[in-house]
Design a protein around this ligand. Sequence first.
Ligand code: CA
Ligand code: CA
Length: 479
Amino acid sequence: MSRVILFCLIAIVLASCAPAPTPTVAPTAKPTEVPKPTVAPIAAPTIAPTPVPTTAPTVAKRDLGREKLAPNDGWAAEGKGTTGGAAATADQVYTVKNRKELIAALNDGKYPAPSITPSNVAKIIYVDGTIDANVDDNNKSLTCADYQRDGYTIQAYNAAFDPAVWGKKAVTGTLETARVNSQRAQDARVRIRVGSNTTIVGLGQKATLRGAWFDVRGTATAPLSNIIIRNLTLQDTFDCFPQWDPTDGAEGNWNSLYDMISLRYVDHVWIDHNTFEDRDTIDSKAPTYFGRHFEMHDGALDITNAADLVTASWNRFQNHDKTMLIGSSDSGATATGDKGKLRVTLHHNFFDNVGQRTPRVRFGQLHVYNNYYRIVNMSNYGYSWGVGVESQIYAENNYFKTDDKVALAKIIGNYKGTMIYAAGTRVNDKDVDVLAEHNAANETKIAGKADWKPPLVVKVDPIETVIASVEKDAGPINW
Ligand code: CA
Ligand code: CA
C-alpha cells in the first residue's frame, strides 16, 4: 500500500482526504447576506383527542379452535402430540348451529353423511348455541314416541318380559325386535361420527349438545387419530329404548346404548374444558320397572376397544352415574387388543356427585392427578377408582369432599385388579391413605404400587390448590 493511500485512509478518519488547497486570497468582498429564512408561524400544536378505546387494548383474541395440546400434557402429548384440526384450511372451518350443519361439517360439507366414515381432513368446527340431536332434517324436535317401530310401547314390552311371565332368560321375540328397530331409528339421529384431525369446540361458554352421542370409532386395522373436543356442554344423552336384561346381576338390569363420547380404535385425543351432565333426564326422575331403575344413560366418556393416548383435562362430570369406563371386557378379543393400550391422563377434572367409574379401568396405565371429587348427599354412590384386570392407576394429589355416607374404604373399588399407586390423597382436609382403608375393610388386598411412572406431565399441583382451581376453571370457559 502506498504511503499516500495509507495517509488518505488515516486522514479519512480525521477529516477529508482532498489535497489541501492552496488558499486563494478572496477579494475582500462584502459577504453576500444570507437571506433570512422566512420563519413559518408557529402553529399551535394540534392535540389529538385521547381516543376512547372501543375494544380492549391489543391483546390477541384467543382462538380455542386453533389451539393444540401443550407439550408433555399427559398421554395425548406422546410422540406427534395432539393438534386436532389446528392446521385446517379456510374452507374446512365451520360454525354450526344445528344437527344437520354439524354432520355436514364432519363430512366435508355433505349432508346426509355419504358413509359411516367421516372426513379425516383437518377441520375446525365451532358449535354456536344449543344443538339438539333428537330432531328431524328440518330441526323439528323428535320425541321417543316418534322413534317407536313395529308396535313397540314400554307397556307392551313390559307385559311381554315381566319376570313373572318371561322368567330369567335373555329377552327375544317380536317385542324385543320392535325395541331394537325403535332403537335404530333413534340411533340414526343421535349418533354422530367424528373423523381424524378434527377439532370440535364450543363458542363462548354456553355451547351445548343435547342428546348426542359422539361416536369416535376407527377400526382395529385403521384407527382414527388426532381429535380435540373442547368447551362444550354435553347434556342428556339418553336412550329411549333400554333393553331389559334379566341375566345382568341378581335382579336384572335395564341397559342403554349411548355414551356422551365414546372412544374406540382411536389415539391422540384431547377432551378438555367440557361439562358432561344429565339434567332433564336425570336418573332420579326415571321410573322403576321390575324393581329396577329404568337406566336411559350409559357412559359419559367411555374409552374402550384399544383406544389409546388420551388426555382428559379440566372437565366437569355431574349428575350422572356410570362416568368413565376404560376397557370393556376382562377377556376375549377386545381384551387382547386392549393390552398395552388404554393409556389415559385425567387431570383437574371435577367429578361432582357422579355415581361410579371415575374411572373404572382395565389394562390401562392411568395417570390420575389433581382431580376434585365431591360426593355429598348421594344415595347412589358406588366407588370412585375401579381397579380392574391388569390396570395400573397412578394417582397423585386428588381431593375428595365427602359426607358421612361415604366410607373411606369405598373410594377404591376392586374389580379383579392387583395394584394402584395412590399418593397425596386428601379427604375433607385430612391426608388419607385410601388404599390402606380399602385393604383394611376387604379380604382381597391390592398392592400399593404401579409398574410405571407417568412420563408426560406438565405439573402436579400441591393438594392445597386443587379445590379452588378446579372449582373455578373446570368446564367451558368464556372466550
Ligand atoms: Ca352399559
Ligand atoms: Ca359405553
